[in-house]
Write a protein that binds this ligand. Structure first.
Ligand code: PLP
Length: 388
């Protein structure tokens, strides 16, 4: 098809030309004496993305799921107990990963479309008077339902319970797009991948560890090899990596850090909020509803939209793709066929998103959903217009 393809799924997100150019390089010797300056350029700036001033950040050739594993096996002893709210496909998979690794996970079930309940986490931790629970697993932004949980509220609940568990936060679809306050929220391990807010291809897993988590790394008895943070820390300290780094992606990350930090993380978050407000206005104008059950938990990086009873969301997605050249996110697992998702994170501005909403409108109308063409786009433009 002529024209530009609209990749409007919540990751991977479009890679800006500037990052594509940064990655288009010849390979080089990653053991050379020149290499440490490059490693340090990345590792010294990466923590700023999550407002981390203490502890360390790590980068692996891997994806977000791998970082769930890396975070756990480095800090939690074999067979230990963990606590996790489950409210969507990614919180489910985080729990499954922990269980596969042999941990026992106490699950707090929430309806899909709800957020984590800090109150329930507090109650569960208070009931654990012997402090058997070693960690709380929290997905900050549940990409399956478009719901953002309040990490600060969960930390406050843990503090009220005076519980020493580590706080593990999956920030795969929040870090580098939504406000993330690693220090302030007392996060112990935050994880993400390169293909969403960082606007890069998939292939880099990132792990941010607090001082408390790093102390556990040294004592943890869980066997681990590739994901062992001890050789990674030792090599990073010298400006190197224990195995061959994903060089092209690292060059992309170096440039992505420049882009994000030049914009400023508060501005990046504000841009995502502004864009999301427009999409939410469009959904309302179409007479549809979001999967997120309450406005205050609706995600700023993606919107999951529920189609009317009797319509299969997969039809909308397929029409959008085949007729209008726009890729929308499908409903995962429990919400398969019931929702479609619009990603609005990464290299995105109002005009790009206005085009995407136009494509969605045509697909909705073609699928037989009674919407007025232009209604959603118009509502979004009213949000985005800059009036002097
Ligand atoms: N966690 C969340 C919230 C996600 O959205 C995803 C992927 O979309 C993952 C984890 C898994 O990450 P990856 O696909 O990079 O392994």
């Amino acid at each position: 098809m002529a024209g530009r393809h609209f990749l409007q799924i919540p990751g991977p997100t479009p890679v800006p030309d500037r990052l594509q150019r940064a990655m288009h390089r010849q390979m080089e010797d990653h053991r050379s004496s020149a290499f440490p300056a490059f490693t340090r350029s990345i590792l010294s700036r990466l923590p700023q993305i999550v407002k981390q001033t203490k502890g360390e950040a790590f980068v692996f050739p891997a994806t977000g799921s791998a970082m769930w594993e890396a975070a756990l096996v480095n800090t939690v002893n074999p067979g230990a107990r963990l606590l996790a709210p489950r409210f969507g496909q990614f919180s489910h998979l985080f729990i499954q990963t922990a269980r596969t690794l042999g941990y026992t996970v106490d699950v707090l079930e929430e309806p899909w479309g709800e957020a984590a309940s800090a109150e329930r986490i507090e109650a569960a931790l208070k009931a654990d008077t012997a402090h058997h629970i070693q960690g709380v697993l929290l997905v900050h932004n549940e990409t399956a339902t478009g719901v953002t949980s309040d990490v600060g509220a969960v930390r406050a609940a843990m503090d009220r319970a005076q519980h020493p568990a580590l706080l593990f936060v999956d920030g795969v679809s929040s870090i580098a797009s939504l406000d993330f306050r690693f220090d302030e929220w007392g996060v112990d391990c935050a994880i993400t991948g390169s293909q969403k807010g960082f606007m890069l291809p998939a292939g880099l897993g990132m792990l941010f560890a607090s001082e408390k988590a790093l102390a556990r790394v040294e004592q943890c008895t869980t066997p681990r090899a590739y994901f062992d943070l001890r050789p990674m820390r030792a090599n990073n300290a010298q400006g190197y990596f224990p195995s061959t780094p994903a060089l092209s992606l690292l060059y992309g990350l170096d440039e992505a850090l420049t882009m994000l930090l030049d914009e400023g993380m508060d501005n990046v978050a504000a841009r995502h909020t502004r864009l999301a407000n427009g999409v939410r206005a469009a959904v309302k104008a179409w007479g549809l509803r979001e999967c997120a059950m309450r406005p205050e938990i609706a995600s700023d990086s993606l919107t999951a939209i529920v189609v009317p009873e009797g319509t299969d969301a997969r039809t909308v997605i397929d029409i959008a793709f085949t007729r209008y050249d726009i890729a929308l996110g499908s409903g995962l697992s429990e919400v398969s066929g019931k929702v479609f998702r619009i990603g609005h994170l990464g290299d995105m501005n109002a005009l790009t998103l206005a085009g995407a909403l136009a494509g969605v409108e045509m697909a909705l109308a073609d699928a037989g959903i009674p919407i007025t063409l232009g209604s959603g786009v118009g509502a979004a433009l009213a949000q985005w217009r800059v009036q002097a």
